[in-house]
Design a protein around this ligand. Structure first.
Ligand SMILES: CC(C)(COP(=O)(O)OP(=O)(O)OC[C@H]1O[C@@H](n2cnc3c(N)ncnc32)[C@H](O)[C@@H]1OP(=O)(O)O)[C@@H](O)C(=O)NCCC(=O)NCCS
Length: 423
């Protein structure tokens, strides 16, 4: 079956997470992704957080599937000449170096356009133009500067970062969309263009509802926040704890233990919780389930407005029932009444979930050096361009085939490049 992007060739200069997550996605849609890495070192993540000595880390293997790897020192003369040829033959070039690094290699946007006017040049930086434009940025810095940390955590505690990589993988998704849009635009204009995504912008985009709340604050307290009944608001959006960011209140509630019994291996219960949302129409069935039919029509409890001052009490009532069921039973019973809820699933439970294996969202891949490992597959499913997840490349695994077939070098030229240390 043909793949959606199979005639698109990508010059992938990315490293760490934000860029690689974008190019992995494009590779899954069928693009030929050529990952350029420094000879001998490669993407730094190959050696970070290693679980097995001298074997590419899971950090690397889970972000670089379906790519080809070429080692190339772009700071040597031959390396620069090869790099120029790659720019000529590729459709898209992607990098997430620190600001200025590509210019220092001698390839700024103007030079890239001279070499290939159809080139789409996409980059991730920590910040857009402004006071911090020259700064290096990692995931948690983006979470902190993009509004996520200040609004995450509990009201009386410090800012909290989330495990979801909203700065890195989130920005990688934005970049992929920008690139596909630019490719579509090129169909009409024949010209390439620049695609720039700042991690701060990406995080703020995901925190849109919090900028909404900042403006609502000017007109009074945020009634759905846990601070409301206590009147503790400043002029800044507070941390909302477990409160829902939407119009319907929700909260984490404790459940009975599921899985091994106390004392048995694996019996910890750290994730014996569920998240429950109270839609207006959900109040009646919820109160029937928890055995408080008397509150269904009680004016002190019956309307969403009346409940705003006592959301803690509402969820305490619900928790009084959930504590008697495990989180999967809670999910089953509440969904029979169309009450939105979800068990708090651990990474262990997600890794073992058969339905995610079936859809290709969790995939087992075989690697020549590490053996079998799990990865997260393509979260976007296309009916006519299905994703086949292939293992990540070894460092420089495809150097010679790319130099021969894409760059057009002879065996002697490849030998010379190797002797000069360019590859
Ligand atoms: C992530 C980040 C902080 C890492 O910083 P770093 O490890 O110091 O790496 P840099 O990006 O500065 O690049 C390192 C150097 O390697 C060089 N290099 C990379 N690939 C090379 C190659 N194939 N040949 C020769 N040199 C190469 C770069 O030119 C740069 O050299 P220079 O600084 O002397 O010009 C930084 O790249 C960054 O801020 N990126 C943008 C935001 C981003 O994507 N962050 C999230 C990452 S998940």
């Amino acid at each position: 079956m043909t793949k959606a992007l199979e005639d698109i060739r990508i010059l992938d200069m990315t490293h760490v997470q934000s860029g690689p997550t974008c190019t992995q996605l494009l590779a899954w849609f069928g693009a030929d992704v050529i990952k350029v890495e420094r000879p001998g070192i490669g993407d730094i993540t190959r050696g970070q957080l290693r679980d097995i000595p001298d074997v590419d880390s899971l950090y690397f293997t889970m972000l670089n599937a379906n790519k080809r790897s070429i080692t190339l020192n772009t700071k040597t003369d031959k390396g620069r000449a090869i790099f120029t040829k790659l720019i000529e033959t590729c459709d898209v070039m992607i990098e997430n170096f620190a600001p200025g690094a590509l210019d220092r290699m001698g390839f700024n946007w103007q030079r890239i356009q001279e070499i290939n006017p159809r080139m789409i040049y996409a980059s991730v930086k920590g910040f857009g133009p402004g006071p911090y434009e020259n700064c290096k940025v990692y995931e948690n810095v983006a979470q902190c500067t993009g509004g996520s940390a200040s609004t995450t955590g509990f009201g009386d505690g410090p800012p909290v970062v989330t495990g979801a990589q909203i700065g890195d993988t989130g920005t990688g998704l934005n970049l992929a969309l920008g690139i596909i849009t630019a490719l579509y635009h090129r169909e009409k204009t024949g010209k390439g263009q620049r695609v720039e995504c700042a991690m701060q912008d990406g995080v703020l985009n995901l925190c849109r509802v919090k900028l909404r709340d900042q403006q609502r604050l000017a007109h009074g307290p945020l009634k759905e926040y846990p601070q409301f009944p206590h009147g503790t608001f400043t002029d800044e959006v507070p941390r909302a704890g477990h409160a829902s960011g939407g119009g319907q209140p929700g909260h984490v509630v404790k459940c009975a233990h599921s899985g091994p019994h106390p004392g048995e291996h694996g019996a910890h219960g750290a994730n014996d919780y569920a998240y429950v949302i109270i839609q207006p129409q959900g109040w009646e069935p919820l109160m029937k389930i928890v055995g408080r039919e008397d509150l269904i029509d009680d004016p002190e409890w019956a309307t969403p407005e009346a409940r705003l001052t006592k959301l803690d009490d509402c969820f305490a009532l619900i928790e009084g029932w959930t504590i008697t069921k495990d989180k999967f039973e809670v999910m089953e019973i509440l969904n029979e009444h169309e009450i939105p809820c979800g068990p708090i699933l651990s990474m262990k439970e997600l890794a073992e979930e058969p339905s995610l294996r079936k859809t290709g969202t969790v995939v087992e891949v075989d690697h020549p050096e590490r053996g079998k490992y799990l990865t997260v597959g393509n979260p976007i499913k296309l009916s006519d361009s299905p994703t086949d997840v292939e293992r990540s490349p070894l460092l420089g695994e495809h150097t010679e085939e790319i130099l021969r077939d894409v760059v057009g070098l002879s065996d002697q030229e490849i030998k010379d490049a190797r002797e000069e240390g360019a590859i």
